[in-house]
Design a protein around this ligand. Structure first.
Ligand SMILES: [Zn+2]
Length: 344
C-alpha cells in the first residue's frame, strides 16, 4: 500500500490535478460553481426529469403546462444549489479519493477513470445524496465537514465510480446486471400514466431491463421495477427534514414489481392489470431477495443493486469479516462481478 503512494505523483494547480501512477494518469477536476452548472446543463439533466421529479426536488407543486418553464425552473434550482469548493472540502475529498484509488488499483483498476470531475452541491440538490452526472461525482458537502465521515466519503466515491464505469461500459453493464437476473430489452413501454409517476434516479442509465423471476407456480415471469411516490405518506410528512436539514424523502418512495407482456422483437409492455397479484408478489419478492442475497439492500434499481454489491466487495478488502455472513451464492456473485470488471 505504501509503495503505491510513493508511485503517485501529484501535480496540482487550481481546480485540476493530474495524478500519475503506474504508467496511468487520472485528471481530477474540482469544478467551480459556474463550470459545474454548465457541466450539468450540458448533460440534459433537467430534460430527463419529468414534472413530478422536478416538483419533488424543488419541494414545490409545479402546475405549469409549459415544459420550458419547468426545465428553466429546475435549472435555476440547480444553479442555486451548487457551490464553489473550499480548501478544506477539497482536502477531505482528495484524501478519500486517494484511498479509493489505492484500493481499486489492485481490486478493479478498470473503475479508475481517466478523467473525473467533482461538483460541490448543497444538501437540497438530490435529497442530500451523492450522485453522478456523466463523469462527475456530485458531493453534498454537508457530509464533508465532519472528519469522522472520511471513510463514508471513500465508500461513497467507490460506489459512484461504479456508476460512472457502468455508464460508459454498456456491454459490461449488461453482463453485470444479468448476474441478478436483469436482461436487456430493446423497449419497455410503461405507458404515459405510469411514466408520469415514476421516480428518476440520475445514476440509472437505462430502464430497459427486464427482471426475470419465477412466480408461485415456478413459471418464469417478465417483470419491471418501478419506484413511485407514496403520495399519502409524502403529503402527510411534507416538509419533514433530516438532522442535516435536507428534505428527507427516501422514506416516501415505494418499489413496485410490475408484470410485463412480451410483445415480440425483445420488446415488452407493462400489463394493464398493473401489478401481479399480492400472493404471487410475495413469492416473487422472496425470489428477488434470494437473488440479491446479502450483497445489496436496494430493491429499487438494478444499477444500485450492482453498485451496492460492488461496494460490498470493496469493503471486504479492509474487513474480511463481512464475508462471514455471505452465502456461497453471494461469494460466487462477488467473484462473477469482479471477473467481468477485470476481464479475466
Ligand atoms: Zn448509487
Amino acid at each position: 500500500m505504501i509503495i503505491l503512494f510513493s508511485l503517485i505523483v501529484g501535480c496540482s494547480y487550481p481546480g485540476i490535478t493530474v495524478y500519475e501512477y503506474d504508467g496511468r494518469q487520472i485528471t481530477v477536476n474540482f469544478l467551480d460553481k459556474d463550470s459545474a452548472f454548465e457541466y450539468i446543463q450540458n448533460s440534459n439533466y433537467s430534460e430527463r426529469m419529468n414534472r413530478l421529479n422536478i416538483s419533488l426536488r424543488l419541494d414545490e407543486d409545479l402546475n405549469s403546462i409549459d415544459r420550458k418553464y419547468e426545465v428553466k425552473t429546475h435549472e435555476k434550482f440547480i444553479r442555486e444549489n451548487i457551490k464553489d469548493w473550499d480548501g478544506y472540502e477539497k482536502h477531505i475529498v482528495w484524501g478519500a479519493l486517494e484511498n479509493a484509488i489505492e484500493k481499486l488499483e489492485t481490486f478493479s483498476p478498470a473503475l479508475i477513470p481517466d478523467t473525473l470531475f467533482f461538483i460541490n452541491t448543497s444538501m437540497r440538490l438530490e435529497f442530500n445524496a451523492f450522485f453522478t452526472v456523466n463523469k462527475a461525482i456530485c458531493v453534498p458537502s454537508s457530509v464533508v465537514w465532519p472528519l469522522l465521515f472520511g471513510s463514508l466519503i471513500e465508500k461513497k466515491i467507490a460506489h459512484e465510480l461504479f456508476h460512472i464505469y457502468s455508464r460508459y461500459n454498456e456491454p459490461k453493464r449488461d453482463s453485470l446486471y444479468a448476474i441478478f437476473n436483469f436482461v436487456k430489452a430493446d423497449t419497455i413501454i410503461a405507458g404515459k400514466a405510469l411514466s408520469t409517476k415514476m421516480i428518476n434516479n440520475p445514476d440509472v442509465h437505462s430502464n430497459n431491463y427486464v427482471l426475470s423471476l419465477e412466480d408461485i407456480s415456478c413459471e418464469l415471469k417478465n417483470l419491471f421495477l418501478v419506484v413511485k411516490l407514496n403520495e399519502p405518506k409524502y403529503n402527510n410528512n411534507r416538509g419533514a427534514i433530516s438532522f442535516l436539514g435536507a428534505t428527507n424523502i427516501f422514506d416516501f418512495f415505494d418499489g413496485h414489481i410490475l408484470e410485463l407482456e412480451n410483445i415480440g422483437d425483445n420488446s415488452f409492455r407493462v400489463k394493464d392489470s398493473i401489478s401481479v397479484n399480492s400472493y404471487e408478489l410475495a413469492k416473487i419478492k422472496a425470489n428477488f431477495d434470494e437473488v440479491c442475497g446479502s450483497l445489496s439492500s436496494d430493491r429499487f434499481f438494478a444499477e444500485e443493486i450492482l453498485a451496492e454489491s460492488f461496494t460490498f466487495g470493496y469493503l471486504t478488502l479492509e474487513d474480511s469479516d463481512l464475508l462471514e455472513d455471505c452465502t456461497t451464492q453471494d461469494r460466487e456473485k462477488l467473484q462473477r462481478i469482479l471477473k467481468i470488471i477485470r476481464g479475466y
